[in-house]
Structures are given as structure tokens and as C-alpha cells.
Design a binder for this molecule. Sequence first.
Ligand code: MLT
Length: 243
Amino acid sequence: MTPDAPVVLLHAFPLNASMWAPQITALAGHQLLTPDFPGFGGRPVGPPDLDEFARVVLEEMDLARIPRAVVVGLSMGGYVALRIHALAPDRVAGMVLADTRAGTDDKEGRAKRIEQAARARKEGTGWLQDAMVPALLGETTRRDRAQVVKRVRELLGEADPEGVARALEAMGNRPDSVPRLAEIQVPVLALVGEEDTLTPEEEAKRISDGVWNGRLTVIPRAGHLSNLEAPGPFNDALLEFLG
Ligand code: MLT
């Protein structure tokens, strides 16, 4: 990896690009792009399709004159990073796939997404904070890091109902990236919070074992939102990979 490669940071669901605040200073030596996906961070909604999310990122790369970048995606951002690689492998110099999985949802998971999309359209997104914080944040953060809990609740509070509904539908329909892992010929770092229960370590290991040049780093005392929960170790792992 080149130490000054441009870096694209892709956010989790149902947050927005401002979740990357703890990474901005650490990555100051790099040209950085932190796009919001359609329906998040004030960007208009689009079709419920992660390939459309990937195309929006590729267009932003064009506008910023970035031919090739290290793509860093956390959770939903990781699903999109894998789609960017599938659609335009030449645009990807390396990938950091954090707290994510390469496989699809099971039947139950898909049904839950349909139910939650309907709820967002009917009730708005006020319920997301209580429903998601226990799953998004690790037990250490929920116990000891009140500021992080507050910030994540704020970010969840910004979510737009139709954006949430379409992202849920897009994630529920995403293609299986497991059969494609062996085709990924760029370096990949799989990162995972030790306390991530949504996409636990075995999912990260599946990615790092499946690609041609993969490595795995586990972030201690962090859950699913490892970049916000343990920014120091997250940034160290990122910078080591980039360098
Ligand atoms: C995320 O953090 O982006 C979500 O957990 C992804 C998902 O719901 O599969």
C-alpha cells in the first residue's frame, strides 16, 4: 500500500459520514473522501440497491479526481466496498472491511429488515435509538463511555425514515460476496471489535482467510462501531495497513 494513497471512508447503517470524525485527523496525510450514501446525511434517497450506493461513491471519486483508492467500509459500508470492488476492481487499491460480513442475510434476517422498513415508513425513526444502541455498541462502551453512547444516539436521531427503509431493503437484497472473495487481488484488512455481536470475529476471519492477501485485526474492548468506540487502536490498525 502506498502511504499517501487516497482513502474513501464508507459509513455504517443507519449513521452518516460524520461517524468518521475520529479518523479525520489521523488520516490527515491522505486525500480523504467521506461520502454519505443515498438517504443519509442529507443526500436524497435513491433506489434500494447497494450497487446504486457503490455507483454514487464511484461518481464522487470521479468528481474528486481519485482514480484509485483504499476503500474503508464499516458494516453496511463494507457491503458497499465489496460491491465497488465487484463493479470496478481497478478503482480499488486495497480494502479495510471493518465489522462487516461477506455473506447475505438469512431468511429471518431478511424478514426483520422488511418489518423494520415498514416501521420506519409508518412511525419515523425515533425507535431506532433504543432498538439499535445495545447491538451497535459493545458492553465496555455501554458501561464506560457515556460520550460515545450519546454521540451514537445523536447520529441515530439524524436518520431519515425513507433513507432507513430503502437501505434496509438494499441490504436485504444484497448479493453474496463470499464466492467472490478469492477474486480480490488487493490487500485486505479485516477489522473487528472484540465485543461485536452483530458481525463477530468469525465473519472477519472468513473475509481475511477468503481473500488472496488478507489480515485480521481484533480491536479490544470495542463492539460493532469499533471506529467510534476505540478510535486509537482502530486508527493505529488503519495507518499500519496504509503504511
Ligand atoms: C451496520 O452497522 O451498517 C448494520 O449493522 C449493517 C446491517 O444491518 O447488516
